[in-house]
Design a protein around this ligand. Sequence first.
Ligand code: ACO
Length: 335
Amino acid sequence: KGCKLVGCGSAVPKLQVSNDDLAKIVETSDEWISVRTGIRNRRILSGKDSLTSLAVEAAKKALQMAEVDPDAVDLVLLCTSTPDDLFGSAPQIPKALGCKGNPLAYDITAACSGFVLGLVSAACYIRGGGFNNVLVIGADAMSRYVDWMDRGSCILFGDAAGAVLIQACESEEDGLFGFDLHSDGDGQRNLNAAIKENETDYSLGSNGAVLGFPPRPASYSCVQMNGKEVFRFAVRAVPQSIESALEKAGLTGSSIDWLLLHQANQRIIDAVATRLKFPSERVISNLENYGNTSAASIPLALDEAVRSGKVQSGHTIAAAGFGAGLTWASAIIRW
Ligand code: ACO
């Protein structure tokens, strides 16, 4: 059995924050940010918008493009590291879409690699598990965990959601040719938003009472990042991973129409393309307008490229996500 991408959609919050806006809260400038990253604007969740409402909007558009009824969806994978509910936000999506039959929905937590891992997971469910229509949604609100006083990281991130519908098909129509997936827990020190140390060092008082108990509710620290190390990791690991996915697919770079990387930094995108000897006119980039939207960045850029007519039916795309964990994941797909 094969699986193919049949629809995509995206959604971004209304509030736009420019580099000049950021220069009012930290010591930075539009020139510094745009030269070092390629980013000029980002969207930030505010008011009644939630991560789930963005994800639902993106999913609705993907279903509309595919002309598939919400009732036909049998699995929803929400790739997010910034959920509305720590226990999982995904079940809210089929509820909001009005899917009948209580389809399975759960969260996948893998930061900026989440969407590619969701794609590969969807393919496994379809090929082995009898699923037919799987919604894969990448959605993140990094603004929730950014330290807005840290100019080294706050300038990078934005909030968004993007979705694709993956459908079962005959094997000759298969749209996922090869993938390559990795993690490196050692690198976590260079990029994380870890739980804050909680005081769980209880002791017994003289009257038999447990001192220091009960614990305070847990909370997470803001994004901690060593930008230079993350940059080095991405530029080294991503080209290798794409080459490995191409090899598994039995393809070479020359048969790829588009390079679609996680939109973290234009200099990372350019460096990876150069290492792969990939011409810049076939590299998809939209981070100028949205910044790094974590798990949303690949489906958001794909959706824009499809709707603008850049990516057309039958085109082959080398996609790669990379980031916190550390994790990195590449997939060769056909639109
Ligand atoms: N404005 C002005 N100056 C700044 C800013 C800013 N926003 N940020 C840092 N600087 C200063 C620093 O203080 C430093 O000053 P100094 O030389 O006086 O000490 C100088 O600029 C250089 O700082 P670096 O951190 O060395 O700058 P670098 O060229 O490495 O660029 C950047 C920083 C843009 C963060 C880059 O390292 C990068 O993009 N790395 C990848 C990060 C990334 O993609 N992270 C997300 C991964 S995805 C995920 O999973 C969440």
